[in-house]
Design a protein around this ligand. Structure first.
Ligand SMILES: NC(=O)c1ccc[n+]([C@@H]2O[C@H](COP(=O)([O-])OP(=O)(O)OC[C@H]3O[C@@H](n4cnc5c(N)ncnc54)[C@H](O)[C@@H]3O)[C@@H](O)[C@H]2O)c1
Length: 346
């Protein structure tokens, strides 16, 4: 069986298109974008797909099974809800929405429509991350008590002057853009424990100065740091920046620490290539365990979504994970605004 898919938004959506096009279980039948130049580019790359500027027209005219929503963050909720109403499964880009209320509405709508809703938190989908998950799940770390996770850039505001830096379009800065990936990775490795409290600070002066120099609008943070208490006594520190957070162009790291071992994943040479290593007490010495060869290529996030739709399986990162992340992100911004720790309700 194959499914017909459409992609809405041809920025990051172009990456989704590549996977749908290559997957024998999916057919890319339509692409939607408001931007004529981007649509022309899409037409040249995918001449068999039909092009739209209005997603509701695409829903009405095409026989679609599923769509990817790869739009500015503020549009994730309304367009996902419209797609679910049209009877489609949805792969929604991260962050799930701009706040937890909208995310919960999306989760409920997917349940009611009995459709799959997956969030594109793609950093889980690499052999290194899959190995990390297995290393932790197999109990090598003993009792886990601490985790840290970060994605820092020295100068990396995405397309300064674009919607990314405008709160009402993006929902926030590096926290919601980069931090959401690293937060998901840490919580996924930990088995998604519930967050109990969040204490956080955000800073934005540097971003605003850089935006002024570029004569651009900018009203989100450029750096966030947070301390999160999780159930079972585990604590998590989180950092994310678009500017000023590091001496490196790009610095990512996630560490999970237990009483018999640890797991560390970090990017190499300021790139998007990662190394993952374990630390274990062996023969009285703290010993580094580095996989000599990782398990083979794992499915991409897009391919996983296709498999889940075709085989009627629940996809992960799930809508539940997306809501849990948005509740923490809301609490981060509230804590930063109010200058106090925020307790998450049951
Ligand atoms: N998972 C990842 O690693 C990753 C990486 C980059 C971006 N993203 C996410 O993807 C989403 C899009 O980011 P981007 O970098 O592609 O942004 P972008 O601004 O480059 O692209 C968004 C596209 O949406 C189009 N658009 C806007 N409103 C529309 C509408 N009503 N109907 C149809 N098209 C519309 C725009 O014309 C634009 O081409 C964001 O949520 C971002 O967080 C995820």
């Amino acid at each position: 069986m194959t499914i017909n898919v459409g992609v809405i938004g041809f920025g990051m959506g172009s990456y989704h298109c590549k996977f749908y096009e290559a997957n024998p279980r999916s057919t890319l039948v339509a692409i939607c974008d408001l931007d004529a130049a981007r649509l022309e580019k899409a037409r040249a790359l995918y001449p068999k797909a039909r092009m739209y500027t209005q997603y509701d027209e695409m829903f009405a005219k095409e026989k679609l099974d599923a769509v990817s929503v790869a739009l500015p963050n503020v549009l994730h909720a309304p367009v996902t809800l419209a797609a679910l109403r049209a009877g489609l499964h949805v792969l929604c880009e991260k962050p799930m929405s701009v706040d937890a209320v909208a995310a919960e509405e999306m989760r409920q709508a997917a349940l009611q429509a009995d459709k799959k809703l997956m969030i594109h938190l793609n950093y889980r989908f690499s052999p290194a991350s899959q190995w990390a998950k297995r290393f932790v799940s197999e109990g090598n770390l003993g009792r886990i008590y601490y985790a840290r996770t970060r994605w820092l850039r020295a100068r990396g505001i995405p397309r300064i002057g674009s919607w990314f830096g405008i709160k009402e379009m993006s929902g926030g800065g590096p926290m919601i853009d980069l931090g959401v990936h690293r937060l998901d990775l840490a919580l996924w490795l930990l088995g998604y424990p519930r967050a109990l409290t969040v204490s956080a600070a955000t800073h934005g002066d540097l971003g605003q100065r850089l935006a002024r120099e570029a004569k651009a609008k900018y009203d989100v943070e450029d750096l966030v740091s947070a301390f999160i208490r999780l159930e079972n006594g585990v604590t998590l520190t989180l950092e994310a920046s678009w500017a000023g957070g590091t001496d490196q162009r790009e610095e990512m790291m996630t560490g999970i620490y237990g009483d018999t071992g640890a797991l560390v994943q970090r990017n190499m040479r300021e790139t998007y290539e990662f190394e993952t290593l374990g630390l274990l007490d062996v023969a009285g010495a703290l010993t580094q365990v580095t996989p000599k060869s990782l398990p083979g290529e794992c499915a991409s996030a897009v391919d996983h979504f296709v498999d889940c739709v075709v085989d009627d399986q629940q996809p992960g990162p799930s809508a539940e994970n997306g809501v849990a992340l948005m509740r923490i992100i809301d609490a981060v911004y509230q804590s930063a605004r109010e200058g106090r720790e925020v307790r998450l309700s049951e």
